[in-house]
Ligand binder design. Structure first.
Ligand SMILES: C[S@@+](CC[C@H](N)C(=O)[O-])C[C@H]1O[C@@H](n2cnc3c(N)ncnc32)[C@H](O)[C@@H]1O
Length: 283
């Protein structure tokens, strides 16, 4: 089998996988471009709202990633890892616990020729092994922490009330790994509410502060037509719209509400999650 045939076979295998978190991310542009070159019939459709390119744009417009060493925790298909390695020449360590997704990142790395600056590590990161991670410039910690107790550290978070103190310990441990962290956190834990979505900005800023991280910038979608993120400085926190989400059982859709007015109805609540760019506090 030729190199290209093998890659197409690997792409078909990996992209047809169905399971938890499958079809979560979009395909990175360098992979999409090669799919056109390969003239293959791969038709991968993400199931999530199309937020990845907006999230990526927000991150790189607020943090110059050129040549940085970066951890991407819970890298999934590697959308961020691959873009950072291919477009920002960052040196990326992609940690992904599930074999199928770690395999996808490996295939994408081959497709895009990134073997020098993208390392894929199939491992579950937990409180015990955070200290074994290499020290980098920045950590991407996107949409993983609310899964503590469900996918990792099950013995440490046995119910929703354990989560906050666990999160503080987890985030404090990451202070030893990088000076900068970009983080997103969902507000549900096993169908239970961790915090009121309307006040997620306030809650997560407080959590980060307790964990000895200073919030520098906050990104929030407030135009639901193009899903672009608006940037707020921490000092402008009072100006950030407080948008709450609620799944309407009658429609199955998530309603986004500001001042009790519905401003959007979408298939998931992910477009409500703010992104935080943080710097570790000095000791
Ligand atoms: C909700 S998805 C988020 C993916 C990506 N970070 C994003 O925001 O687009 C969570 C991903 O993290 C992975 N994951 C969950 N817990 C992990 C852990 N402890 N270590 C490494 N990967 C983990 C899951 O397998 C999944 O691919």
């Amino acid at each position: 089998m030729s190199f290209d045939d093998q890659i197409i076979k690997d792409l078909i295998d990996t992209l047809s996988f169905k399971g938890r978190f499958s079809h979560y991310q979009e395909l990175p542009p360098c992979v999409l471009k090669r799919l056109v070159d390969f003239d293959s019939n791969i038709n991968y459709q993400p199931a999530q709202l199309p937020l990845d390119s907006s999230r990526y744009s927000w991150i790189i417009s607020n943090l110059n990633m050129k040549n940085l060493n970066v951890i991407d925790l819970g890298a999934n298909l590697g959308y961020f890892s691959v873009r950072l390695a291919s477009e920002s020449n960052a040196n990326v360590y992609a940690y992904e616990t599930l074999y199928e997704y770690a395999k996808s990142i490996g295939v994408f790395s081959k497709v895009c020729g990134l073997s020098n600056n993208l390392k894929v590590i199939q491992e579950s990161i937990n409180l015990e092994n955070i200290n074994e991670l290499q020290i980098v410039d920045a950590t991407l910690h996107l949409n993983v922490l609310h899964h503590a107790g469900i996918f990792f550290d099950q013995e440490k978070v046995t119910n929703v009330d354990d989560w906050y103190s666990y999160a503080v310990e987890h985030l404090r441990s990451f202070r030893a790994k990088s000076e900068i962290m970009v983080i997103q956190i969902g507000n549900m834990w096993n169908d239970k509410v961790l915090f009121d979505s309307q006040y997620s900005v306030d809650y997560i800023c407080e959590l980060l502060n307790q964990s000895n991280w200073d919030v520098d910038k906050i990104g929030l979608i407030n135009d639901f037509n193009d899903f672009s993120y608006k940037t707020y400085s921490f000092s402008d926190i009072g100006l950030i719209p407080r948008i709450g989400i609620w799944r309407n059982p009658a429609t199955g859709l998530v309603e986004y509400k500001e001042n009790n007015v519905t401003i959007a109805e979408l298939s998931s609540g992910n477009a409500q999650r703010p992104i935080f760019l943080c710097k570790r506090q000095r000791d």
